[in-house]
Each structure stands twice: as C-alpha cells, then as structure tokens.
Design a protein around this ligand. Sequence first.
Ligand code: ARG
Length: 577
Amino acid sequence: MNIHALLVSRFTEALQELGVDDAPVPVARSARPEFGEYQFNGAMALAKKLQQKPRDIAQKIVELVKLNDVAAKLEIAGPGFINVHLNDEWLANQCELAVHDPRLGVAKQPSDTVVVDYSSPNLAKEMHVGHLRTTIIGDAVVKVLEFLGHKVVRQNHMGDWGTQFGMLLAHLNDKLQNNQVAETALSDLENFYREAKVRFDEEEGFADRAREYVVRLQRKDADCMALWHKFIDVSIAHSEEVYQKLNVSLTRGDVMGESAYNDDLANVVAELKAKKIAVEDQGAQVVFIPELADKEGKPAVYIIQKSGGGYLYSTTDLAAMRYRSRELEADRTLILTDARQALHFKQTEIVGRKADFMKPEQSYEHCPFGMMLGSDGRPFKTRTGGTVKLVELLDEAVERAAKLITARDTDLSQDELTDVARKVGIGAVKYADLSKNRTTDYVFNWDTMLSFEGNTAPYLQYAYTRVKSIFRKAGVTLADLPVDIQLKQPQEHALAVLLLQFEEMIGVVARDATPHILCTYLYDVASAFMSFYESCPILKAEVDPAVKNSRLALAALVASTLEQGLNLLGIETLEKM
Ligand code: ARG
C-alpha cells in the first residue's frame, strides 16, 4: 500500500474534474497529528490560473475528491491546505492485508534495468574503511530495488589495472622465484604494497624491471598475465572475505573490473575522434568541455588518452558507460563513490552523452557520499595515522558487541552469544553509516553506534526481539490469530499509519539511493511500537481477547516490517538478545 501514491491519484482525478490537468499534485506527510496524516498543498498555486481564492479552490477540491473510503475527515486549513485524516477502519483493513502478505502489501514497480556500480575497490591494496560506505550503501540500494521488482545488474568496477601493477608483479615474481606461494606472499596486501614501493624507490634496477612489467602487461605477455591473474585472484578473495563478514550480496560474478574494458579503449578514443568530440592537444587526446568552463571562460579539459598513448580512468568509464547502455540496456546507471569524484562523473556524463554512448532516456546517476571521520573530525585513521583495514574494523565491532552483551543480564548460551555479537556488531557498523544522509561526512563513534538507545541497529534489533518474546509468552503464532484489527487508541492509529508507509519510504530510497530514509522510518516504527506497547497492554489478563488479538496482529506487522526493512539494509535480526 502506498498511501501517498493513492492520494496523489485521487487528487489528480479531482483536479481533472476541475478542468486542471497539467498542474503538479503536491501531497505531503503532515508535520503534526492534529493536521491529519497527509496534506494536499496544491490549491494556492492554482489561484492565479483559476482566478479564484485558494480557499474556495480547496473547498471545490474537497467536494470533488473521492476519498470516502480512505479518509475520515478532510479539512481546509490556513491559506488553503487540505488536511487528510485517514479513516481507522480503512487503515485497519490495509494492515490486515499487509500482515498476511509476505511482501507486506508492497506492490512491485514496473521493472527497470538498473546497473549499480558499487564497492569497486582498487585491488593493488587491501579494502580499507574508504570502501565501507560505497559497499554497504550500494548493497542496500540494490536490495531495495530488487524488492521493488527491478532487474539489478551489480557491477563491481574494481581497479585491477594500471601502471602500479608493474611494480607489484615484479615483486610478486621475485617472491614466487623464492618458492613462496601467491596466497602467502599476498596474505597482507598492505605490507606487500609497501615492500614493493620501498624496492621501487630504493633498490637499484627494480624500477626499471617494474616498468618492463608494465610494458609486458600491456602486451598481454602470457607469463606476465599469469602472474597478474594470480595477483587479482588473491586480491578478490580478500574482498570476498570482507563482503561475507559484511553480509553484502556481491559475488565474483559481479566483478567487471577496469581491465574488462581494455580492448575497447582504443575504440572509444577512435569514436570520439571521428565524431570530432576529442581533439589532439600537446600530443594527448582531449575533450574540451565548455559547459564546465572556469571563471575566465576556459573550458574544462577532459583527457582520454595521454601523450604516451596510455589510457585513463576517464577512458575506462566512457567504455563502461557505453557497455552498460548498449549491452546491459540499463534504464538507470547508479555509481556510488565518494564526493571527490563528482566532477569526474559530471564530465564523463557530458562527454558520453555528446558521443551518444547512452540514449537520452537512460539515466546516469552519480551518487556521492561524504567521508567517515574520526572523533577528531579528520579522516578516519588508525592511532598511528595509517589507513584502517576494513577486516580489522569489523572484527573489533564484533568483539565490542560481545563485551556489551555479556555485560547485560542474558541467558544466552555461548553459541547464541557468538551469533548475537556478530549480528549486533556488524549491524551496528553498517547502520551507523546507512542512517546518515550519505551526502555529508559523519563521525565514526563506537559508543553511539553500539548503544541500545537511539537510532541504532541494536535498538531496532532489540525492538524486534521484544515482539518475538511477546509471541513466545502468548504461546501463539500469527497463523493462529483471527485477524481483525481494531484501531481504538491514538497509539494504535499512529502505529498503523506508520506501518502502511513502508512502501512509500522504500520508493524514495529506490529513487534517490538514500537508505537513511529507510533507517529513520524503521526507527520511527520501533519508537511508535514502544509507546504503543506502553499504553496498549497486550498480554495483561484484563485485556479483552479480541483486543488482544488485534494488538498481537499489529505487533506482528511491526516485527515483519522491522525484519524486512533491516533485511533490505543488509542487517540481520535475532530471535532474542
Ligand atoms: N576504484 C575506484 C576507487 O576506489 C572506484 C570506481 C568507481 N566506479 C567507476 N565506474 N569509476 O576510487
């Protein structure tokens, strides 16, 4: 059920009857319960067009709009707002439908093909905290899109090519010559990279060999490619370990690294030259972009091939754009990287569109995010100033969660404790990130994210276990209940309205790639449940059986909404904690 969409369609019909069919139909959630649940704000804008007072227009719309089934009351407020108070019986019916539907009443959208480019670590190094945001925000967006019925193509655009591989392969070659196996040599990629760099800077002759490897790699010399494959293989395995710990859905099959476009790069440049979009400038192939000129009117310069013939990040992204448009037939392409790459993708889109690498109706959406900061407000680093390895961060989260849970009064067995600690620890790290508006920087803080109070994963996971324990105490399951929901108390009404807003909220997440909207929503659901539970007893002896069943059904819908919502965020729920 999408109440918002329903109201928009009913108000659209009413406006058509008024003779208006091209005006926007603004329907918003009301800020305060006394204004009802939704508000139609379109009357004011029609005053000029219809030559009437906004309140008179509002009055006409109220008479025309067909909302008898949905609304208990429509009232005109202020300059011409129409407040919609939803009808309890209708809300109750919708909740009854949702509680027995595995999709919770959420309809599928007309299916788009959506390419989501996320995670995309550089394989020369180990995944570090910089890749946390793209990986988990991307995965949440992917899950929401799939749930809404879209065809999603995950693209892990890994950085698996480039001149830095010369130095790495030369170093790997030497290790293998010394009878080391690749897995051992590469067990710590950070170290491996550091060693290679030291040799490159200091060891006589090594830099030359590294450059030789670059040439051999570009020539696709068989020995060199075998070495490269080994390196990539082990490096991908490192990422997979992180994905598994993070409960992220990326697999090897989703890897479409930069190297996959190698053979296409010359074509991309040739096509841009043929279309006179790229020109030669000081030996390089460049595109001048007047749309992004500087203050003096000098166009931005977008290099697609260096003077030595080498290709760049930009060339690969153009090839990727073309591939996604033509081969994958993407209606939308979403790319999740940190905000510092915003200009690159803006330029890439302008150039790619000029070259017809995409159809006009295909969208290209860079979804930027801010940085993860330490408590000092600077980019998150280890105590000694190094980059924080993602694996280590996640292990620490689980350890901290275990300590916290042990300190609480629990009757969990050791095995249960291990499981709970993992779900709570990983959930906390992910949720802390997902719950922030992605466009801003945020401060990483262990204590807040692991707190059982406030907008955190543990709070939501705990709310879910509360419902589960009510059902255990009641000795029933949802299937045993005759579902007849009654909404008598204001807390019941408020909870029902919220529960029926699930589809509307995930629709926003799918449109804007903003999982924090879902987080805030789930937090509101959990909080509304807590106040409902306080003022509307369920299991007390004096509660009438019909009321008890109705409240149990509402509670069941709370649990399935929390579970489904957390699931879409890639966060696991537990039966008890
Ligand atoms: N490998 C890049 C990085 O770590 C991100 C790639 C994002 N995707 C893309 N199509 N450029 O910054």
